[in-house]
Design a protein around this ligand. Sequence first.
Ligand SMILES: [Zn+2]
Length: 295
Amino acid sequence: MLLPVLVAATLTVAATTTDLRELVAAVGGDRVRVESLTDPRQDPHAREVHPRQLALLRSAALLVRVGLDHEPWLARAVRTAGPPPHDLDLSRAVTLLGTETARLRADARPHVHAFGNTHYWLDPENARALTARIADALSALAPADGAVFAANRARFVADLDARLARWRRRLQPWRGVRAVEVHDTWPYFARRFGLVLVAAVEETPGVAPSPAYLARLMDRMRHSGVKVVIAEPGAPAALLRRIAGATGARAVTLAPSVGSDPEATDYLRLFDVNVERLAGALVEAYGPGPGGRRP
Ligand SMILES: [Zn+2]
């Protein structure tokens, strides 16, 4: 991912994900050069460290991360490249969900949401607190640009508020509808828009379900009339077909990160795409109109 050369750039920032990259760019504008350390089209749970990540870490004045156990590769990369001078862990800016989940056994895959669910950027309301922390961090590093960062953030938040109102209206008819997700990516998004997530296909985040668990889940879905399964671009197609065949539920693929889908080109577009796609699937599953047909 090449960035255009920005003449006015003063600060180099490394963000661990494209979502955080977009939030930093929204606040930093042309005073900041920011790149993502990961490619959103690849497995977010990967552990490998790439030379590009080391080079970016070495050049960055500030590292912005999701935190918790979201970035299993990061500790090793920072050990190899040396820590950037400043480090912003954004998990401290928001109220986390899923913190009561028991820590999983040591042989489970590393990305397990063991300290709380890490997909908090998927509640667009959280962008308010996240951009506030980013503005503080950038202003501390470039005090002369503090007013620019504040003005950029205010513009972003105004745009966010306008779109939030639209997104809420769009999904309003299906408030309280139940859905199943593949990976436990969507609790923040679901809470914001009134969707009730009753189960994840991955019983343990990052681990394929056992046949017994999957059979129980499909049975529950049939009996409770859950008609929508929220998937991500990398979800196994055969598994989704099997669930659809057994339960009659339809799978809808949402974009968990900026750039994981070609249409999700920035942070606000990510929600434009997801809200529209989900609304389309809910109409097909439950019908339109006030309240839909709630299961
Ligand atoms: Zn996850």
